[in-house]
Design a binder for this molecule. Structure first.
Ligand SMILES: [Cu+2]
Length: 160
């Protein structure tokens, strides 16, 4: 009688192709996971280069910011409350938080081709660059910390 245990082992010609198939399948699975990892990684790299961000980068590469504007935030006020900027331009904001070290503010622009929402801790000055709207108009800017805008931390960005 044929004992099935004698047919196991690598010497048996029936198991070798099976093992090869299993190894090939494992390799294919590994390749699939590596491909997915590459796709996920490139997505993480490319998303920050989305259109408005890319346009800002190209504008800044072509020329320095058209203007630099200094803004101060203290208590529940932002000064100045009205700012004039050219349309379709890169404009740099230098935001100084004059409050104590535990009083954070956030300088947020709205309606621009590239907006910022810049977190600034007390006693710190930070800067970032917006790309202004192509359509002239009056666009609010504000502190985006909950409650600060309603207590007065708002202003108007006039795009000319
Ligand atoms: Cu604030």
């Amino acid at each position: 009688m044929d004992d099935p245990t004698t047919r196991t082992g690598s010497a048996d010609p029936t198991t070798a192709p099976q093992a090869r198939r299993l190894r090939a399948r494992a390799r294919a699975r590994r390749a699939l996971w590596i491909s997915l990892a590459i796709i996920a990684t490139s997505g993480a790299v490319l998303v920050p280069l989305s259109t408005p961000n890319l346009r800002r980068a190209i504008t800044l590469f072509a020329s320095p910011p058209a203007a630099t504007i200094s803004v101060t935030m203290t208590g529940r006020t932002i000064a100045p409350i009205e700012l004039r900027v050219p349309r379709g331009a890169a404009v740099k904001f230098e935001v100084a938080n004059l409050d104590g070290p535990r009083d954070g503010h956030r300088f947020k622009t709205t309606g621009q081709a590239y907006d910022i929402d810049l977190a600034v801790w007390g006693g710190v000055t930070k800067s970032d660059v917006i790309l202004t709207a192509n359509v002239p108009g009056r666009y609010p800017f504000l502190c985006s910390i909950r409650g600060h805008a309603s207590e007065g931390m708002v202003g108007v960005l006039v795009v000319e």
